[in-house]
Design a protein around this ligand. Sequence first.
Ligand code: HEM
Length: 311
Amino acid sequence: MDSLVMPREQLGVCAEGNLHSVYLMFNANDGVESQLRPCVANVAQYIYELADQYADSAFNGFVAIGANYWDSLYPGRRPSQLKPFPAMHADNRDAPAHEYDLFVHLRCDRYDILHLVANEVCQMFEDLVELVDEERGFQFMDTRDLTGFVDGTENPKGRHRQDVALVGDEDEYFRGGSYIHVQKFAHNLSKWNRLPQKKQEDIIGRTKIDNIEYASEDKPLTSHIKRVNLKDADGKSMEILRQSMPYGSMKEQGLMFISVCRNSVHFEKMLSSMVHGDGEGNHDHLMHFTQALTGSAFFAPSLDFMEREAE
Ligand code: HEM
């Protein structure tokens, strides 16, 4: 447990799952930083207050600053582990980087409220930023990914979500903030759906319908959960909190993968284990059925940090 009272975190970082989401990716116009600093703080505060107003629909969200834009917006101090997205490539497995200046993540159990708030946020940012990408996510069946497998089962639970996701005493100035990694994965569902169910299950490392984890000795070294279930030098589990949701249309669909974590190392190690494998030729076979189209690194500071820096 971290010692001092935690600054107010942005509620969307650790929130439980929702039915709908909107992802807004912005780039900032040149030379607007002194106006953008208070604006970013206002948008984050607005989202924070709406979480109360729309509590019945579990509204939440956060604003995050791109790794490549951080020093322009907040020159002087930088979260100690904030760095550009760790792009990776091996054979035909690709995890490209595609950075944005700002990321606004909104989630709610009512789609109309999300649309309303997304409009309001764009209005608040008007003339300062350009909206360069937008995606909308949805809960699919009983929280399944479009591959048909339940996603999020082994996510940290309860108070442990905060422990995993929020920076603590290790970087005093940025306590209550979080490192965010986003990858938009486009699935090749026709290829995936041609696989027999047992082969799909071997690739994930869990059963499909009942979502039961394979026994350790039955997990192929190339299964997804084998590749991402990592331990550090002290034998402690490397954890992230996943806030992913399915997105898309008949033209393109997949998973908006979102990792939130108190460090940037865990995500990078997991991704490397998926793409490069274990050094013995075992990479993640899920990568044969999905393609990462983007890869972006952000930091979602605490509300107190943004308020302080706005002055
Ligand atoms: C677990 C799907 C990408 C990290 C899982 C599970 C599924 C899944 C179905 C098992 C259920 C659960 O515990 O949630 C996917 C899909 C992905 C994807 C469809 C992309 C197309 C990633 C990436 C990372 C990651 C990029 C990290 C770099 C994890 C972790 C677990 C997990 C840490 C929990 C493992 C455990 O402790 O058992 N994923 N995932 N996933 N995934 Fe992914």
